[in-house]
Design a protein around this ligand. Structure first.
Ligand code: HEM
Length: 179
């Protein structure tokens, strides 16, 4: 029957279209200070270290992928993507209400990644970039698209006060009444 080979051909030729492992191809211009190959000369194994560790982390708790993505969002919305959400201290970002529901284990994972990367490369990679790469891997390793992550973020030496944190992260409370 000619039907079966035709069906097989159709199926094989449509595989790239239905693959969820697609890569995004259009990227916006890079912000000042960021580069695609920022650590190529100083820590070329960075991305493979992050991916290998997160693969094993997600094997035992895939929910941490959600936790890591959210940490990146909460970092970037306060003072920019500067790792400030990782800094601890009273009346600081991490202790403020929007960040109290970040998964503590996700913050621990970023700390573990920081140690692994520092062990391999020394202290050259910023915590802000590790947080960004962890968010990218959280999307990719759980079946989302692959996208390149530009690197070169600098870590802040200080966190924002709790009040600024509350003002910067959108509240889940409704801001207007439905009409
Ligand atoms: C108006 C903007 C947003 C609001 C008000 C909001 C609010 C929230 C709230 C209330 C939770 C549940 C927290 C809990 O009680 O456990 C949550 C979880 C989450 N949010 Fe958002 N969010 C916003 C935007 C975003 C964006 C832009 C991202 C990603 C880029 C994001 C990623 C997540 C993820 C991954 C979780 C689940 C975290 C986990 O399970 O550990 N959110 N968000």
């Amino acid at each position: 029957m000619a039907f079966k080979p035709l069906l097989l051909l159709l199926l094989i030729s449509s595989l790239p279209l239905i693959s969820s492992r697609s890569e995004l191809h259009d990227y916006p211009p890079l912000a000042d200070g960021l580069a695609w190959e920022f650590y190529d000369g100083t820590c070329h194994e960075l991305e493979s270290i992050v991916r290998a560790h997160l693969r094993s982390v997600f094997d035992s708790d895939v929910g941490l992928a959600a936790g890591l993505l959210r940490v990146f969002f909460h970092d970037c919305f306060v003072q920019g993507c500067d790792g400030s959400v990782l800094l601890t201290g009273s009346d600081g970002e991490q202790a403020s209400p929007p960040n109290q529901t970040l998964r503590p284990k996700a913050l621990e994972v970023i700390n573990d990644l920081r140690s692994l990367v520092a062990h391999a490369c020394g202290s050259v990679v910023s915590c802000a970039d590790i947080t960004a790469l962890a968010a990218r891997e959280a999307v990719f390793l759980t079946g989302g698209p692959y996208f390149k992550m530009p690197l070169g973020r600098r870590d802040s030496l200080s966190f924002a006060p709790a009040a600024d944190t509350i003002a910067s992260i959108p509240s889940p409370a409704p801001t207007s009444q439905p009409s």
